[in-house]
Design a binder for this molecule. Sequence first.
Ligand code: SAH
Length: 211
Amino acid sequence: MRTNDFRKKRKQMVEGQLKVRGIRGERVLEAMEKVERHRFVPNDLKPNAYDDEPLPIGSGQTISQPYIVAYMTEVLKLKGEERVLEIGTGSGYQAAVLAELVKEVFTVEVYEELSGRARQKLSELGYSNIRYKTGDGTLGWKENAPYDAIMVTAAPAKTPDPLKEQLEDGGRMIIPVGQAFQYLFLFERSGQKIKKKKLLPVRFVPLISVQ
Ligand code: SAH
């Protein structure tokens, strides 16, 4: 498949999967149309890169369905100057979408191999505003906290406290929580108060607890 075919598929993905389901943010739609999702999936799955489903990326992990990537990005209401923490680097696809939209992305992955591959891919693609860490994302990334936004792309049974603590005043966090049944939750901090809102039912791989 050629670059042009992929471009066409991306346009169809934006129209047929994102806009029709209510993704409205211009900047989010532009980023989804720009980032080449097929670069982040295994070779044999490239023809399926723009399908309406999650895809396996190796080590038993998956890259989320495009709609979920766009939805989680949209609810963070990113304007451009933010510093964002992502937990679960995986293929690096979501990090690339975020890097299109904000000043700096900090991404934490528990598997060294996945982190290394994503780092290499994203630097090949020219992203210079992403910082990488291999380690347990349930602890966040304290050295660079607080963050204007946090996105967690694997599901813990319960929201880790360090992530709430590393959220800036006025900041937002989107996170899937639960075991057999999971929901996306949106947390919003104002001062010492944190508001929690239940959004969609979802299915993510578990956030591994290393402690
Ligand atoms: N955002 C990714 C998809 C993530 S899949 C993408 O766009 O491709 C979930 C990822 O979370 C997997 O790569 C998994 O290895 C990672 N993960 C699981 N537990 C973790 C933990 N405790 N800390 C950091 N990453 C973790």
